[in-house]
Design a protein around this ligand. Structure first.
Ligand code: ITT
Length: 179
């Protein structure tokens, strides 16, 4: 079976990527390590910087993933600063800030290193609501799509529509042809 290393400290991301990878017989090895996260305006800048940093430190082929919640009315904030906002004001603070029902989208950017760097994008639209449900991680309980939050659906249901699964599918299809 083909294998790829996933460098992240977020177990939820690993679990989700494994759902997609399994369908294509790709094994994801979790490397529970951190790399410097650039405070930049775009996920692309964060991922490119992370890939360059990881290139000589971790065995290829590997991937990293940067993601965020982009609120339309805030011109995409918190976006690449999502992890900071989650750690500081949290889900209830974000709902207070943007208001119940604010349109938003999750974006995921997977960066891979295998001979060269490659990027894979995914996004899903929804809205911010008061917290419901306990599944998933991070902002899942306050992100609603089709009447249910990501905190109220299973990992398989989330994977059928999520930003990460869209990026993952593009990545996995590419990986299984070249690795
Ligand atoms: P890494 O080690 O991979 O960097 P992280 O949790 O710090 O893990 P990010 O830097 O990509 O991840 O930060 C993204 C933030 O957005 C973080 O607070 C996540 O909890 C949140 N987030 C990203 N994807 C999400 C998803 O699918 N559901 C809920 N919250 C999500």
């Amino acid at each position: 079976m083909k294998e790829i290393n996933f460098i992240t400290q977020n177990r939820g991301k690993v679990a989700e990527l494994r759902v997609t990878a399994k369908q294509f017989d790709l094994k994801i090895n979790h490397i529970d390590a951190s790399y410097p996260e650039l405070q930049a305006d775009t996920l692309e800048d964060v991922v490119r910087y992370g890939l360059a940093y990881c290139q000589n430190k971790f065995p290829a082929p590997f991937i990293i993933e940067d993601s965020g919640l982009f609120v339309d009315a805030l011109r995409g904030f918190p976006g690449p600063f999502s992890s900071y906002v989650y750690r500081t004001i949290g889900n209830s603070g974000l709902v207070k800030l943007v208001g119940d029902g604010a349109p938003a989208r999750f974006k995921s950017l997977i960066g891979s290193y295998y001979n060269d760097f490659k990027l894979f994008h995914g996004q899903v639209k929804g809205r911010i609501v008061a917290s419901r449900g306990r599944s998933g991680f991070g902002f899942d309980p306050i992100f609603e799509r089709d009447g249910r939050t990501f905190g109220e659906i299973t990992i398989d249901e989330k994977n059928a529509i999520s930003h990460r699964s869209k990026a993952a599918e593009l990545f996995v299809k590419w990986a299984t042809t070249v690795i």
